[in-house]
Ligand binder design. Structure first.
Ligand SMILES: Cc1cc2nc3c(=O)[nH]c(=O)nc-3n(C[C@H](O)[C@H](O)[C@H](O)COP(=O)(O)O)c2cc1C
Length: 172
């Protein structure tokens, strides 16, 4: 007979998996009105030297390809990323205006360049200098591609201040 204390409910397992580092749960409000609780740890993860993070999506923004560095840096399994949108990486410190501007640019058929603070599955974060491109062939949108590089520390400091100002303006 199985020992009673042996059985751990799935929700508890998920919590144990997530809360391995010291952090806090934060409510994240998505653009489509949905909300979710994310685990946030105030700890940055270093970029692997000389590597790029690359991903592709379908026209709806659903991830169809992720390179090894994307999987490694996000902390998710490849299976968890495929079929999800990039909102899985959304950090609560990121102002929504940044993504509104990104999508406005992409929907005009133009490339977007910017700085993003991304949330890992374990709650830690990493900054990226991202280029996001619409893939248009024969006048038709086939999807999107993003290539991210390691940003300079000066740019990270600059955008930390800027995004803090956005957040302050949002609550006041
Ligand atoms: C190709 C591509 C790459 C993207 N990369 C990121 C990313 O690295 N981090 C991020 O938070 N959002 C990224 N986004 C934007 C997300 O799709 C989403 O708009 C954003 O996370 C805000 O989520 P929300 O509008 O659901 O709140 C990317 C979008 C596309 C099309």
């Amino acid at each position: 007979m199985m020992d009673e204390g042996y059985f751990v409910p799935v929700a508890e397992l998920k919590r144990m998996e997530t809360e391995t580092l010291e952090g806090r749960w934060v409510r994240l409000q998505h653009f489509d009105g949905t909300q979710r609780e994310v685990w946030v740890v105030d700890q940055e993860v270093a970029w692997p030297e000389g590597r790029l993070i690359v991903s592709r999506t379908d026209p709806e923004g659903i991830i169809t390809h992720a390179n090894h560095t994307f999987v490694e840096m996000s902390g998710y399994d490849r299976e968890e990323l495929m079929g999800s949108t990039h909102a899985i990486l959304r950090h609560p410190d990121m102002p929504k205006e940044v993504f509104a501007e990104m999508w406005q640019t992409l929907l005009q058929g133009r490339n977007w360049l910017g700085y993003l603070k991304n949330l890992r599955k374990d709650g830690r974060y990493y900054w990226v200098k991202a280029t996001v491109m619409p893939n248009i062939r024969d006048g038709e949108l086939k999807g999107y591609t993003s290539v991210r590089k390691r940003p300079s520390r000066d740019k990270v400091r600059e955008y930390e201040v800027l995004y803090q100002q956005y957040r302050d303006a949002a609550v006041s």
